[in-house]
Design a binder for this molecule. Structure first.
Ligand code: DP6
Length: 400
């Protein structure tokens, strides 16, 4: 660049999705590299409803690397952020040395400013670190001109983030190597594979913040023999069965495996010493509701899964969504305030439910148990936003 040119940052903005596992990751064999004790599989949710947007600007006038998350400047020295920055820069240099001319060497010697926001409330308790680290790594890669396999770097920000690097149905292969090079995510099927599949996120009103996943799984690895059994003897077969169910769009098998895996994950939490409780009374009510609904039809029409918090994520098929939502409204009556906004995302026309079905659901109504529902579907992986008006950082490199 000639010396007299105005110093303008090179700016890229991308978005990345949230993912919800149906075979859970719980436990690391290497804390620093974030290597798991078992493989896992997830569905990438659609970014129309849930996404992180990240802008990265690189400029020779920047004095230091800086980051703003949801409007607040955060410490760039966070070890996991540093791992992602270091690894992406290392990869860019390696590619450049190997003769890849698309790598931007100029940018590599500059500092970066990073600004990231979620389109969903952090208070919703949805794991935002997966979308966040996936978006960070994807955007940095675009700034430096690096493409190809990047999930191994996103993994070093947060384990589950590696699965948000792809759309559709994604497995994280645990790998065997000590350096973690073979612990990467891989798309099993794209989002277009199963168009009828629907996802409902039931946001439960939580009393308090639960134990974080990182600390929780560390205690589980140290104390739970059930977790060891799960990782060694249950998950390998379950992964095969789940991949086959996805390939065949076999909802009944997909649903049963999903519920069993969520239940086993929470059983390992109870087997952790001291025990960890992520499910609350609302979660348990949702579990009973799903089983009563399925029993009424004599088929698995709906499946639940829970991560490290009380929110239920429901997988079902398009043809059952309206009726199941009506049943949820019956058991968790929305209060007057949120009656209108109880359901966000993909809209569904309300339907009447039969007296037989009403009678089959034997649960006390629990008002205010669920604060709202996000209705969504499987979606694509990270994307570049081409429109510069979408940048979160201004020409001065500061949040707009
Ligand atoms: C229960 O990926 O948040 O959501 O690797 O320590 O950042 P770290 O943990 P994280 O754990 C997610 C755990 C889970 C299950 C899953 O998503 O597979």
């Amino acid at each position: 660049m000639p010396k007299d040119t105005v110093v303008k940052p090179a700016t890229v903005t991308c978005t990345a999705p949230v993912n919800i596992a149906v075979v859970k990751y719980w436990g690391k064999r290497n804390e620093g590299l974030i290597l798991p004790i078992n493989s896992s599989l997830s569905v990438t949710l659609h970014q129309d409803q849930l996404k992180t947007t990240t802008t990265v600007a690189s400029c020779r006038s920047f004095q230091e690397d800086r980051i703003w998350l949801n409007g607040k400047e955060e410490d760039i020295n966070h070890p996991r952020l540093q791992s992602c920055l270091r690894e992406i820069r290392r990869l860019a240099r390696k590619r450049r040395n190997d003769g890849d001319s698309s790598v931007d060497v100029g940018c590599l010697s500059h500092k970066v400013h990073i600004c990231s926001v979620n389109n969903f409330p952090t208070a919703a308790g949805l794991a935002s670190s997966a979308a966040g680290f996936a978006c960070l790594v994807y955007t940095l890669a675009k700034v430096y001109g690096v493409d190809g396999e990047l999930s191994g770097i996103a993994r070093q920000g947060s384990g589950s983030a590696c699965r948000s690097m792809y759309g559709g149905f994604v497995q994280w292969i645990m790998g065997e190597r000590e350096d973690g090079k073979d612990s990467v995510a891989q798309q099993v099927e794209p989002e277009s594979h199963w168009p009828d599949l629907r996802v409902l996120v039931l946001v439960a009103s939580a009393e308090r913040k639960p134990v974080g996943s990182t600390a929780g799984m560390q205690t589980s690895v140290e104390t739970s023999s059930l977790l060891k059994h799960r990782a060694e003897s249950v998950v390998p077969d379950r992964m095969k069965q789940m991949i086959e169910a996805v390939h065949k769009k076999d909802f009944a098998t997909f649903a049963e495996l999903t519920m069993r895996d969520s239940n086993q994950f929470h059983a390992t939490c109870l087997d952790t010493f001291p025990p960890i409780f992520y499910l609350n009374t609302v979660s348990r009510h949702v579990i009973s509701l799903v089983h009563q609904y399925n029993r009424h039809y004599g088929a698995a029409r709906v499946a639940y899964t829970f991560d490290a918090g009380p929110n239920a994520v429901i997988y079902t098929l398009q043809q059952h969504v309206a009726e199941f939502l009506q049943v949820v409204r019956l058991v968790f009556p929305p209060d007057n305030n949120n009656g209108k906004t109880f359901l966000t995302g993909l809209q569904v026309e309300p339907v009447e439910i039969s007296e037989e079905l009403k009678n089959a659901i034997c649960l006390e109504p629990m008002s205010k148990g669920i604060s709202y529902i996000i209705s969504t579907q499987a979606g694509p992986g990270p994307r570049v936003l081409e429109d510069p008006s979408q940048h979160l950082l201004g020409p001065d490199g500061l949040p707009k």
